[in-house]
Design a protein around this ligand. Structure first.
Ligand SMILES: [Fe+2]
Ligand SMILES: [Fe+2]
Length: 309
């Protein structure tokens, strides 16, 4: 029998699946999720705990899976669906994460890039028009420090921050959201587990770490379908306005303004996700220990955004 792989991050929400999902153990397909199962709350948590990225379905059930995805996302974006915002946010977050993984795995694929870009535009609307959406997405914890999930979190914080800064031009916010999703492509490419505390890195790991922004940008700059703004965000998201960042150590006037936003949001989520710091402590740390590295109003607005989550 023929199987095709599906992403676990797309299995979200209370809609029942009408296909069977398998996992591969020692080259054998084992039935793992049955027709009739759904994935909210505890069940989703258990599934996430397994840290599985991919499952398999039978080739001839692929259209059922596509229908499931379509219905799920339509429901999640429908204001009048009557569904709980947390369930909707889980589906939407899962879709963004899955899109990000797809571009990471094959950045040369024009269709996945464009798909991810369109979906990022819709995501901006979802976040900006639902006051509770931001906190619902922020409350989906990234326990295993997944880089694509971190991308979605940084994207969410960047869009929320842009809204506070009155950056609302849909073209700009779409590229901001997309660039933030993809900002750590270099980590994905380096293949080293860099999603840990920087203080625990060896010298060699530190070199790879400080090279990730350049590496990510290099890998995509020859791809014509990549927007220049997105490449800028990948290249500059670790730069700081006072020149203390990396790789170039340039100052604010040489950084793409959208990359400055992503840099602030990224610095905050680095502490929350990878250093497991309580949110308000992370804001305080940005304010006190990292003063001058990020615009003060960014830090204040990020503090306000998290206060409401
Ligand atoms: Fe980074
Ligand atoms: Fe990051």
């Amino acid at each position: 029998m023929d199987y095709v792989s599906i992403r676990v991050s797309t299995l979200r929400g209370d809609q029942k699946i009408d296909f069977n999902a398998y996992i591969k153990i020692n080259d054998k397909m084992v039935l793992y999720l049955r027709r009739g199962d759904s994935f909210e709350g505890e069940r989703l948590k258990r599934l996430k705990d397994k840290k599985l990225r991919k499952m398999f379905i039978l080739n001839d059930e692929e259209s059922k899976y596509r229908d499931y995805l379509q219905k799920n996302i339509e429901m999640a974006y429908d204001e009048r669906s009557g569904k709980d915002i947390n369930a909707r946010a889980e589906i939407v977050q899962g879709q963004q994460q899955s899109n990000t993984e797809e571009v990471f795995e094959d950045p040369g694929n024009v269709e996945s890039y464009n798909n991810t870009k369109d979906a990022a535009g819709k995501y901006v609307q979802f976040l900006m028009s639902n006051s509770k959406a931001i906190s619902a997405v922020m409350n989906i914890s990234n326990d295993d420090c997944n880089i694509a999930h971190h991308g979605v979190t940084v994207s969410t914080l960047s869009v929320a921050l842009a809204q506070k800064l009155n950056v609302t031009d849909p073209k700009k916010t779409q590229l901001l959201a997309l660039g933030a999703l993809l900002h750590d492509f270099g980590h994905y490419e380096s293949g080293v587990a860099l999603n840990r505390l920087t203080s625990s890195f060896t010298k060699e790991e530190m070199n790879i770490y400080t090279g990730h922004a350049d590496l990510g940008a290099q890998k995509v700059q020859d791809k014509k379908h990549f927007d220049q703004t997105v490449i800028n965000i990948i290249a500059q998201h670790e730069e700081c306005i006072d020149g203390s960042g990396f790789p170039k150590g340039v100052r604010e006037n040489q950084i793409d303004p959208l990359a400055v936003i992503v840099s602030s949001a990224n610095a905050l989520d680095r502490m929350i996700t990878f250093e497991k710091m309580p949110r308000q402590d992370a804001v305080k740390k940005l304010m006190i220990d990292q003063v001058g590295r990020h615009p003060l109003n960014h830090i204040q607005f990020l503090g306000d955004i998290l206060k409401n989550t």
